[in-house]
Design a protein around this ligand. Sequence first.
Ligand SMILES: O=C(O)CCC(=O)C(=O)O
Length: 263
Amino acid sequence: MLSQDQLDEFDHSGLLRLPGAVAASEAGTMRDGIWTYLKDHQGIERERKGTWPVTTTPLSGFQPLVRSGVFDGIGNAVVSDVIDDLLGRRLWRRERGRVLVTFPQPDIPWIIPTAGWHIDVGSSHPRAVQLFVLLDDLDHQGGGTLVLTGSHHLVNQYVASTGLAPHPRAIKSTLASTYPWLAGLLGKHPESDESDRVRRYMKEGEVIDGVDLRVVELHGSAGDAFIMNSDCFHTGVPNNREIPRMMVTTMATRIEPPKNILA
Ligand SMILES: O=C(O)CCC(=O)C(=O)O
């Protein structure tokens, strides 16, 4: 069960770290499953770096592996209790999951991208949460997802003030046109200097309309998990380290409680 401090942190930032939510050994079994699958289906071998793909984008084609159930352990009791606390006990449905694997590109500089930032739902309270589980140790600049913490509040304010249907692309475009800090992050007027972007968006952050905003990079140890309000902007990044970024993500969406016909 989440403590009040954790609930407050999730409310404030839209992101919560859950250290060791999945046992490291179980994360290792899932990671081994990915390597076996990569060898069998894509000719990519863990011990032969020459077979590793040269691309900055995450690999795809893992659906059969997901359907095999090898990642079902990410929905263990610890994680389910956390989602219960955030969405309501048994008032949610979780998709099976998606594999996020990005192979290393040490020659390509790590950046805070201007492209790719998105939200997946666009609602409030929250309506959905996204879980990210690290299947291997993940260092800084190793391809961990970037999350714009606090941005769910801006999305909620937008929906409340406009009364408009929460269309993710429209929200992004309106926010970027309204706030110069966001325009720089999301690509309208990006800074030319990457170190300036790290300082501005990750170290200093910004307060907009009373909302604390800061870009946070997911990283940690195998088995650590993060739960994110699905209204937070987030994006993928290149992997500037030596080992593949291996994560599994899944979305849990709130379902309406059954109506009491006697009420
Ligand atoms: O870390 C990544 O590759 C981005 C993941 C993402 O944007 C998503 O799952 O919605």
